[in-house]
Ligand binder design. Structure first.
Ligand SMILES: Cc1cc2nc3c(=O)[nH]c(=O)nc-3n(C[C@H](O)[C@H](O)[C@H](O)COP(=O)(O)OP(=O)(O)OC[C@H]3O[C@@H](n4cnc5c(N)ncnc54)[C@H](O)[C@@H]3O)c2cc1C
Length: 375
């Protein structure tokens, strides 16, 4: 093992993996420390929905850029990444949510994202297992689904092929001013050190505004074709964007295996990884409201994970003012699978002072956070 690298990365989740792949592809020498298994943090717990989200101009720019990077990468992904161009169907329960469908369609159209409005009949034809009486939906056909831990492994394999060193079973204990101190007592000198340790990032960089936001998911047995798109209630926009309260939303994903992944929940202040029965019950009750037939489906496992949440719901990507050799790549909340590829590009472009495909300033760690909740 060398003791000096261009880039040293703490965290082998999908974000650290993407940073490693991009930096190695640019010819930089890369070191990655991951204390547990590759992609075993939020990356393993996540749904893997690759989705364009329009909560703010900066969020839509990042998700759209990154989803397009996934579309470009899709032909090269190995089979175990299970890339599935399922599309998203944003389900509108009533006339008020149909107005939101129209607004969302116009926003997507303005940035060239394909989206079509479905009326109640077209929605019932597209997804026969949804309950009757829904108002309609917005279908975004180019959104997709992946199996995130295998995607992280693939990105790290790409990095390794370009010379990156990946050290599993090793934690970073300190990360500052171009030095990474490791759990075995050794030190790595790095031109740039990157904190990509997800929800654990404040342990390495105290004071950053990242909080754990717990989520539950359930996976079922195999029911091929039972659900065809990633189905998300438009009410999700209200619950996901609430910044303080616990919430659940109807969110069901078809996996390439024929399994269904059922979500989703959001909690602050729950630091333990065990299942909270009341949240799981609330989440499944919500799913049953939209798909009563789920009651006859067999669930095989449920688990939890921690999203890394920031006050303004944008990730922290780039150098810190107080230590320009320390980069952050964390705070991706519920969109880190989607935005991992763009994060890797933005990090490598900033290190190498290359032009970025989208403005990088909205994601800089020292921007002024403006807390905002959705109307
Ligand atoms: C229930 C749920 C559903 C989700 N659904 C989606 C979705 O559908 N679409 C989407 O885009 N996103 C989704 N997300 C969000 C997504 O999973 C995360 O944003 C993403 O995985 C973050 O990746 P990461 O690499 O930053 O973090 P992680 O995957 O958590 O990786 C961080 C890594 O750092 C390691 N680490 C910790 N401490 C140290 C240290 N001291 N030194 C070195 N390494 C360290 C950890 O072991 C871990 O492996 C979901 C998340 C949850 C919880």
């Amino acid at each position: 093992m060398r003791t000096s690298y261009d880039v040293a990365i703490a965290g082998g989740g999908i974000v650290g993996a993407s940073c490693a792949a991009e930096c190695a592809a640019a010819g930089l020498s890369v070191f990655v420390a991951e204390p547990n298994v590759i992609g075993g943090g939020a990356t393993a717990a996540g749904m893997g929905h690759l989705v364009v989200m329009d909560d703010s101009p900066a969020q839509i720019a990042l998700t759209n850029y990154s989803r397009n990077l996934w579309i470009d990468l899709a032909p090269q992904l190995p089979a175990d990444v299970e890339y599935l161009k399922a599309g998203t169907v944003w389900v509108a329960a009533d006339a008020e949510e149909m107005a939101e469908v129209e607004r969302k369609r116009a926003v997507y159209e303005s940035i060239g994202v394909r989206a079509e409005v479905l009326d109640a009949r077209a929605l019932a034809e597209a997804e026969p297992n949804l309950r009757r009486g829904l108002a309609g939906a917005l279908r975004v056909p180019d959104d997709a689904v992946v199996y995130p831990p295998c995607a992280a492994r693939y990105l790290l394999d790409c990095a390794r092929k370009r010379g990156a060193e990946i050290h599993v079973g090793m934690a970073a204990r300190e990360l500052a001013r171009g030095v990474m101190k490791l759990s075995d007592g050794s030190k790595i000198a790095a031109g740039i050190a990157i904190n990509a340790s997800g929800a654990w990032a404040p342990e390495l960089t105290p004071g950053i505004e990242v909080r754990k936001r717990k989520g539950h998911l359930v996976i079922t047995d195999r029911y091929p074709g039972w659900v065809r798109h990633q189905l998300v209630e438009l009410g999700y926009l209200k619950s996901a964007h609430s910044i303080s309260t616990d919430s659940v939303a109807f969110n069901v994903q078809p996996r390439k295996t024929g399994q269904l992944l059922i979500g989703s929940s959001r909690q602050y202040g729950a630091e333990h990884a065990s299942i909270d029965a009341y949240m799981l019950t609330r989440m499944l009750d919500r799913a049953l409201e939209y798909m009563p037939g789920l009651a006859g489906i067999s669930a095989i496992r449920s688990w939890t994970g921690f999203r890394a949440a920031t006050p303004d719901k944008l990730p922290l990507i780039g150098p810190c003012d107080a230590d320009p050799r320390l980069y952050l790549a964390t705070g991706h909340e519920g969109l880190g699978i989607t935005t991992s590829l763009a994060t890797g590009k933005l990090v490598a472009d900033q290190i190498l002072r290359r032009a970025t495909a989208i403005p990088f300033e909205p994601y800089l760690p020292d921007r002024k956070h403006e807390e905002h909740s959705h109307a």
